[in-house]
Design a protein around this ligand. Structure first.
Ligand SMILES: [Zn+2]
Length: 112
């Protein structure tokens, strides 16, 4: 499962940043055109976090709308997924936004 590997990667980044402190919240930005299923990441997160000793951390996912620029007519349009055609009918487009997958912020509890 693709999303499991991604989640493990995210948790590794978070664990590194936390350096043993308790992580309370992780905010992710996931582009709608990244090909990543936010639901699947949310599903994997609790399990992977627990394995890594980061149990109790909550996950917040912000979805980034996709935008693409048509190579036929030059119009920039909202793309719901990778296969959204331009309103002119062309499928040849360049993605300009929505491929993001990044850890936006990590909140940690004060060290006791
Ligand atoms: Zn077009």
């Amino acid at each position: 499962m693709h999303e499991l590997a991604i989640t493990q990667n995210i948790i590794a980044i978070v664990g590194e940043a936390a350096k043993g402190r308790r992580v309370t919240r992780v905010t992710l930005e996931v582009g709608k055109l990244s090909g990543v299923m936010s639901d699947a990441i949310a599903f994997c997160f609790d399990i992977v976090a627990q394995d890594a000793g980061l149990e109790g951390a909550t996950l917040e996912i912000r979805e980034i709308e996709g935008r693409a620029r048509c190579e036929a007519c030059g119009l920039e349009f909202e793309a719901e997924n990778l296969f959204t055609p331009c309103p002119c009918g062309s499928y040849r487009s360049k993605r300009v936004r929505g491929e993001e997958l990044l850890v936006k912020s990590i909140e940690m509890a004060e060290a006791a």
